[in-house]
Design a protein around this ligand. Structure first.
Ligand code: FAD
Length: 306
């Protein structure tokens, strides 16, 4: 068995594996796709100490750093569950089962998409999902935020300080965001809010986003907006479906962790976007992956000798 098995190979999992391997314990990572969301990221300008990089480049560095140590890296494998049976067992979709004395869960999350024409084509070329990451790329330009929940209105307020103008499009006839956020957004002169708006297409010139079309659900009229960017804020979905009810999740489906990264199952820790750690960012995922691995080590040295 492993001393520590990491499930998920994004920045959180890579950091956990490196911290564990540096303790000299037997470490494995099993990942569907090593690199995770970072593979889909173009410009990264907030990875502190690196002024600018690109996702695939950062992933290559992550992989090299992991392989500097004696870590079993199992790629193209999906975990299908977790149970304690003396050791912790992680069955894979392939039919094999991995066993370990401790586990870090770091299977990340995915942004809910609008599923309209143009969204995929212009992803990273005007279609964005993370205002903390990509907001400054639209300085002085007009953008839309899709979604009037808390994350959408927070994004609009955040972006309004950087860009020229923000239009919020909400599908329902009212916003779901907290009243205090709505009041703040309505007080800002460069934010417009349009309710009952169903986004129907992302428009572009072949290179970059130039706007979008939406239908007013009350009048059925079609409208067009000229935009440089579209921030999709309709939900971040944690990759926890495979856990069933083995581990306690929050109301949003995230793995509930405490300050030390402990979950409800002894010996099992979680980190990064899949967990309840506040704010979903690369540097935060790495920090929480390191926390989880150090907590796992702490757990292992206290385990009774069998
Ligand atoms: P992820 O990166 O999601 O990795 C999850 C890992 O788990 C992957 O290896 C995946 O294959 C694996 N996995 C999932 N399910 C299973 C399973 N059942 N079995 C085995 N493996 C599984 N953050 C920034 O800080 N700066 C940016 O500029 C930035 N830009 C972004 C741009 C885009 C388009 C996106 C989508 C995100 C961006 N982010 C950015 C956010 C950042 O990428 C995430 O916060 C970070 O990648 C989270 O790391 P993670 O390790 O927790 O999860």
């Amino acid at each position: 068995p492993y001393d520590l098995l990491v499930v998920g190979g994004g920045p959180a999992g890579a950091a956990a594996a490196i911290y564990a391997a540096r303790k000299g314990i037997r470490t494995g990572i099993v990942a569907d796709r090593f690199g995770g969301q970072v593979l889909d990221t173009m410009a990264i300008e907030n990875f502190i100490s690196v002024s600018a990089t690109e996702g695939p480049k950062l992933v290559a560095n992550l992989e090299q750093h992991v392989l500097d140590y004696d870590v079993d890296l199992m790629q193209g494998q999906r975990a299908a569950g977790i149970q304690r049976n003396g050791l912790i067992e992680v069955p894979l979709e392939s039919g094999a089962t991995l066993k370990s004395r401790s586990v870090v869960l770091s299977t990340g999350a995915r942004w809910r998409e609008m599923n309209v024409p143009g969204e995929h084509e212009y992803r990273g070329r005007g279609v964005a999902y993370c205002p903390h990451c990509d907001g400054p790329l639209f300085k002085g330009k007009s953008v839309a935020v899709i979604g009037g929940g808390n994350s959408g209105i927070e994004a609009a307020i955040d972006l309004a300080g950087i860009v020229e103008h923000v239009t919020v499009l909400e599908f329902a006839d009212t916003l779901r965001a907290d009243e205090v956020l709505q009041r703040k957004a309505r007080s800002m002169s460069n934010i417009d809010i349009i309710a009952s708006a169903m986004t129907t297409e992302v428009l572009g010139d072949g290179q970059r986003v130039t706007g979008l079309t939406y239908v007013d659900r009350e009048t059925d009229e079609q409208h067009q907006l000229a935009l440089a960017g579209i921030f999709v804020q309709i939900g971040l979905v944690p990759n926890t479906e495979w856990l069933g009810d083995s581990i306690d999740l929050t109301a949003h489906g995230e793995i509930e962790i405490n300050q030390r990264g402990e979950t409800s199952m002894p010996g099992v820790f979680a980190a990064g976007d899949v967990s309840s750690v506040p704010y979903k960012q690369i540097i935060i995922a790495m920090g929480s992956g390191s926390t989880a691995a150090l907590s796992a080590f702490d757990y292992l040295i206290r385990e009774p000798i069998s």
